[in-house]
Design a protein around this ligand. Structure first.
Ligand code: G1P
Length: 295
């Protein structure tokens, strides 16, 4: 069985939900406390055993490449000032993993972005991690999914039960329940407006077999006129077993303003550097605010 050692991170989106912040800066570079979002995602991949990451970029995404590249000037400066801890932090980013880049020349959808990385993946199974989903968990979610993949040797999609009112924001799966976390997928629907088949929403992590590329080659545009990964997955599920996996962990949809703020507050409350002072501030601030509101 082929091991999963490569991952695709699609990062070509325009980030319209975060304008004006994302006018010149990629949304993947928005920091949660002191690290860009995409770094959390890459760290999850690395901790799961991924050795090569390909980032699918678009226009105005140079900052991502610069972030993972060596910055000689900065390193010399930190060295001269004896800031060895910071120097280590900066160098560790460059040494994290081998990162490659491919451009998606037109924003034709998630399915098309994945297809753009086909030559890099070749005939191997691979992971996909979406940049707007950050998941805090003891065991990295991709690692949890790889355990399923290694047992089944088939595609695995991360899902989470969501409020029925929110189902139409996501790709949704339905299938035969195998246990509390696993389903054998029968149906996948992208952003169903009516009659969603379940409330199990696809949540930004996939392990896929390479047969998906042949399907992506010919899949027709779906919701929003875009080439949807979910539509291609339905075709794959029709000919090859595919599993959904309800992961252990807490998800932050950092592509939404509320999710981004929740991640910022909760990650700050866990940070070695600022947790104590931040918590004190937060408690005092909220006490004052409620006191003022009541009086
Ligand atoms: C994409 C996928 C969708 C999935 C969602 C969250 O949609 O197409 O199936 O549920 O990510 O992972 P987007 O949020 O990019 O529109």
């Amino acid at each position: 069985m082929n091991q999963v050692k490569k991952a695709i991170i699609p990062a070509a989106g325009l980030g319209t939900r975060f304008l004006p912040a994302t006018k010149a800066m990629p949304k993947e570079m928005l920091p949660i406390v002191d690290k860009p979002t995409i770094q959390y995602i890459i760290e999850e991949a690395v901790k799961s055993g991924i050795e090569d990451v390909i980032i699918v970029t678009g226009r105005s995404k140079r900052a991502i490449e610069d972030h993972f590249d060596k910055n000689y000037e900065l390193e010399v400066n930190l060295e001269e000032k004896n800031k060895s801890e910071l120097l280590e932090v900066v160098q560790s980013i460059t040494n994290l993993v081998d990162i490659h880049y491919v451009r998606q020349k037109e924003a034709l959808g998630l399915g098309h972005a994945i297809w753009c990385a086909r030559k890099f993946i070749g005939n191997d199974p691979f992971a996909v991690l979406l940049g707007d989903i950050v998941i805090d968990s003891e065991v990295p979610v991709l690692k949890q999914m790889l355990d399923v993949y290694n047992e089944k040797n088939r595609s695995v999609i991360a899902v989470e039960p969501v409020d029925w009112k929110k189902v139409s924001n996501y790709g949704v799966i339905d299938g035969e329940k195998i246990n509390d976390q696993l389903h054998l997928i029968q149906q996948l629907v992208e952003k169903p407006k009516v009659n969603p088949p379940s409330n199990l929403a696809i949540m930004g992590r996939y392990i896929l077999t390479p047969q998906i590329f042949d399907i992506l080659e010919s899949v027709k545009p779906g919701v929003g006129g875009e080439i949807q990964l979910t539509d291609a997955l339905q075709e794959l599920a029709d000919v090859q077993e595919m599993y959904s996996y309800i992961y252990n962990g807490k998800l932050y949809d950092v592509g939404s303003k509320l999710g981004f703020l929740q991640a910022t507050v909760e990650f700050a409350l866990k940070s070695d550097e600022v947790s104590e002072t931040f918590e004190e501030y937060l408690v005092d601030y909220l006490k004052d605010r409620y006191y003022t509101m009541k009086n």
